[in-house]
Design a protein around this ligand. Structure first.
Ligand code: AMP
Ligand code: ZN
Length: 110
């Protein structure tokens, strides 16, 4: 847990937030300022600042984020219409919360 990290506080339930999914490694929340009809964030419970800080040992964790995204896309009914998944990396890449998270965006058309 990193000090003063909003997403650490969310995954540790220090700030109330609705979890659409939770397992031992991840939680999924709705983005508070959605950029698409479906805009979810897949958060690892373990604090990693950004993809820049990803180490070899994090490969399985990061790989599993995509499996959670795939499952959430199906649950949200956007798997067939299609969706985007992506990481913003550091300020120039649009990252504003420095706790790794995978964006899942979709639902523009059925
Ligand atoms: P990024 O720009 O990749 O760091 O994305 C951070 C995202 O977190 C933005 O899309 C914000 O809208 C979203 N966000 C910020 N605070 C919250 C919150 N309390 N709950 C859910 N999403 C949030
Ligand atoms: Zn954190």
């Amino acid at each position: 847990m990193a000090e003063d990290c909003l997403f650490c506080k969310i995954v540790n339930r220090q700030i109330p937030s609705e979890f659409l999914y939770e397992d031992e490694n991840f939680v999924v929340i709705k983005d508070i300022n959605p950029h698409a009809p479906v805009h979810l964030l897949i958060l690892p419970k373990h604090h990693i600042r950004s993809i820049n800080d990803m180490e070899k040992q994090d490969s399985e964790l990061v790989g599993n984020m995509f499996l959670v995204a795939k499952q959430m896309a199906k649950e949200q009914g956007v798997n067939e219409s299609g969706y985007k998944v992506g990481f913003n990396v550091e300020k120039g890449g649009g990252q504003v919360i420095f706790h790794l998270h995978l964006h899942l965006l979709g639902g523009w058309e059925k």
